[in-house]
Design a protein around this ligand. Sequence first.
Ligand SMILES: NC(=O)c1ccc[n+]([C@@H]2O[C@H](COP(=O)([O-])OP(=O)(O)OC[C@H]3O[C@@H](n4cnc5c(N)ncnc54)[C@H](O)[C@@H]3O)[C@@H](O)[C@H]2O)c1
Ligand SMILES: [Zn+2]
Length: 695
Amino acid sequence: MNERMSQTDIFAGAELPNSQEAFKRAAELRASLNHHAHLYYVLDAPTLPDAEYDRMFRELQALEAAYPELLTPDSPTQRVLGKVLEGFTPVRHAVPMLSIRTETDTEPTGALSFDQRVRKQLELADDAPPVEYAAELKFDGLAINLRYEHGVLKQAATRGDGETGEDVTQNIKTIGQIPLRLIGVSAPVIEVRGEVYMRRDDFEALNERQRQAGEKTFVNPRNTAAGAVRQLDPSLAAQRPLSFYAYGLGEVQGWELPPTHSALLDALAKMGLPVCADRTVALGAAGLVAFHQAMGAKRDSLPFDIDGIVYKVNSLALQQRLGFVSREPRWAVAHKYPAQEMITRLNAIEIQVGRTGKLTPVAKLEPVFVGGTTVSNATLHNVFELRRKGVRVGDQVIVRRAGDVIPEVVGRVAEPRAAYVPNFRMPRECPACGSAVVRDKGSVSHSCSGGLFCPAQRKQALLHFAGRRALDIEGLGDRLVDQLVDEGLVTSLAGLYKLGVAKLSALERMADRSALNLLDSLEKSKQTTLARFLFGLGIRQVGEATAKELARHFGSLDALMDASVEQLLQVRDVGPVVAKSIHTFFAQAHNREVIEQLRAVGFKWAEGGGAAAEQGPQPLLGKTLVLTGTLPTLSRDAAKDLIEAAGGKVSGSVSKKTHYVVAGEEAGSKLDKARELGVTVLDEAGLQALLAGAA
Ligand SMILES: NC(=O)c1ccc[n+]([C@@H]2O[C@H](COP(=O)([O-])OP(=O)(O)OC[C@H]3O[C@@H](n4cnc5c(N)ncnc54)[C@H](O)[C@@H]3O)[C@@H](O)[C@H]2O)c1
Ligand SMILES: [Zn+2]
């Protein structure tokens, strides 16, 4: 009775439809659910957010609860909806692979109704002690049955319709995390069940590659993972990085079951299977609520998508007593979190100008609650991707927000438009400064060519420069930068250092004290390191790590500024794209001017790089040396260390820019080249003299 009450809650406030309407509506819902289940389970290409599908599912459940005569055994509410794809060998499951009932109340209190049902079904008295549960994450991927015979992986199968799945053994074997042999187990049969999923970073990287190649991007990690596993060509499956977590068992022969689900997971981990560490044993509803809340807070920082928590009665004996209803066990429930994909209206498309001048189309949305927060802006990445998705202003679109990844529009809901809407076009002029917009070479993105003249770039350039990992200027935040730029007080990086107390304290919300503090941190920021300074310049493609490598490698800013692309390529982790970007940056007069201005206001850092910085004289500063042959006492590495400590740079090839070639025994073609170019050749003694500052 209770159950029925709660399922008809969906009509709360509204009239329950009469039986004729209900009949019609149920037929509509069934057709629609079957259609979307086909797209989701069979084709791995849903066109509807899960939350919308779940809503229709609940509506049908509610109708069937109110009018039991509507219930047919083939209703989507009564069976698992997958199907075996043609081309795969069907696998009959020894133990059916079921679904899990969803607790629809996403508030933590949703755990209470599950606990109540369990207690009632177990006929526990009100004052009986709390039931023990195992709570774990509900991974958003697809279920796989791994059949181990005598400890060896024999077969992997999808869930299919629950009774029959697909043999995907070859594809599953490409997942390195899945052991081909279990540790310490030789039982005739152990079937392990778990979820194949794709990590968010792997998914983002995959999509970024697709984007750069101008290819279609994937909608979300779950469908990408499902598509990869159900891929007829294993070499294609191998290109999609997949992961796995075990969470249960299928058929077992000759292995004694542990008493509880949590002990079972421990045992699976011991066998070498990946088991997620974020799980707990919880007492009663209160324990479940606590875990649901704790994981809710952690959800964004997990490296993979979860759509909720699964609660399971911990004792396997009690699980058996509780048994199953149609497609679901009575001893488990999925308690969801707010959905990560929702539908909303695309109100407008605006262009955002990034710190480096990159132009990104941004969707202005009808505010929507997704992934736990209200989202009103989402990225559309680039104009090519936007076109491919066919999204236009006024459309109902699907917005995805998962973890700390920027919210994005993943597609539109296919429905006819009321009126013609033109396709979006990239403007020819930067919306922030009017400079010409250029298509980035070899890339799908566009940029403003205005540099520091562009106020959009100026603000972000200043903020980046002031950032904690760059020049670390305390007190220079968003709001202040907005004011400084908007009121024309600062038009260049160096301009920051020419502000006086008077000008600063005249600004809104700026007291004398904070003005003085800011001046103080500006002064302090001038004493910095070359790596921080480089990073602060905001050169495209130069992150913190690259800036450090550049500083270490070149030792001085002048050496870096004058480096050729070939020389830049010798820096660790610097590839052609990065090298070119750095080279282009320093080739532009206005960027060199920025640097000169900063030097003029008093920027200082120790040159010579790395550990050598504070160790006194740098006789080889700015010099490039090439080592060849075997030196009498110094190893190649030792010689290199000494040269670098003295501020010099060791290069792998001789060119006109080489200052010295140090040649030992059996020197080869480099020595010939040095002679040909007239580069000074030294022996080890000559090098030692240089290091001692004698030359
Ligand atoms: N968007 C669409 O058009 C569409 C269509 C059909 C279904 N769906 C979505 O698919 C889901 C339907 O549910 P379902 O019947 O496939 O099953 P389910 O996802 O609700 O629950 C069962 C599944 O949960 C998974 N799972 C993850 N972590 C687990 C854990 N720790 N323990 C046990 N199982 C775990 C298993 O794969 C298992 O098969 C809903 O989320 C629904 O929104 C969406
Ligand atoms: Zn601009």
